[in-house]
Design a protein around this ligand. Sequence first.
Ligand SMILES: Nc1ncnc2c1ncn2[C@@H]1O[C@H](COP(=O)(O)OP(=O)(O)O)[C@@H](O)[C@H]1O
Ligand SMILES: [Mg+2]
Length: 233
Amino acid sequence: MPRIKRVSTGVPGFDELISGGFKEFSINLVAGGPGTGKTIFAMQFLLDGIKRGEPAVYITFEEKKEKFYEDILSFGWDLEKYEKDNLFVFLEYTPEQVKKVLIEGGGSVDSIITKMKAKRIVIDSITSFSLLYQDELTKKEAALALFELIQKWGCTALLTSEEEEKEGHTISAALEFEVDSIILLYYLKMKGVRHRAIEILKMRGTKHPLKTFSMDIGEKGVIVYPNKIFTLE
Ligand SMILES: Nc1ncnc2c1ncn2[C@@H]1O[C@H](COP(=O)(O)OP(=O)(O)O)[C@@H](O)[C@H]1O
Ligand SMILES: [Mg+2]
């Protein structure tokens, strides 16, 4: 059996927890509340590819390009430069536009991604997209159509999902079932101070720890501490 290629996440400390990275062509979900670091994590994943010459696409329903580029520059990540080098594309869409792409197949998103030969794709976040669908069945059908497109493009994907701040998780059952992995980000308050943590809830074909690890966001982005188990005390 051929060895499955692993795709580095670009997040220091994280790859060693998941046998070297995401499986090539897999669809991975990073879920967490607001401010938990989903967008920064996702950008690190794209930048890791860009540094290897792999074109990357960032699809968002919420962020505005100019402001986003400015915020991300605080980490020293110059998206404008990568865009000029044809290694990065920022696509701002409404969930309705993406829905249209799924129904009609192809369209502008499809041709942009095919033309640039993207290897990595981020959709940040799929929450507003999945809100377009009322019941779990149509949600599941839409997710499947989207995942088929990602597969066709030959990309390794990272999707983010905005969760409410509470214990446990509330990821749509449709998505939970379909994605290859689920990574949860936490931002928990203890004795008046917030702490960041990360947990691998599921990862197909990968032996991963069942522990929750400490995490931080510093000047180089998200960093995971694989030797620091997170406990609530
Ligand atoms: N330059 C920076 N240095 C350190 N931490 C930062 C920096 N920029 C943002 N952060 C932290 O990251 C958080 C936002 O992370 P983000 O990935 O946008 O969250 P999410 O997408 O999950 O809502 C901010 O609330 C802040 O705590
Ligand atoms: Mg975000």
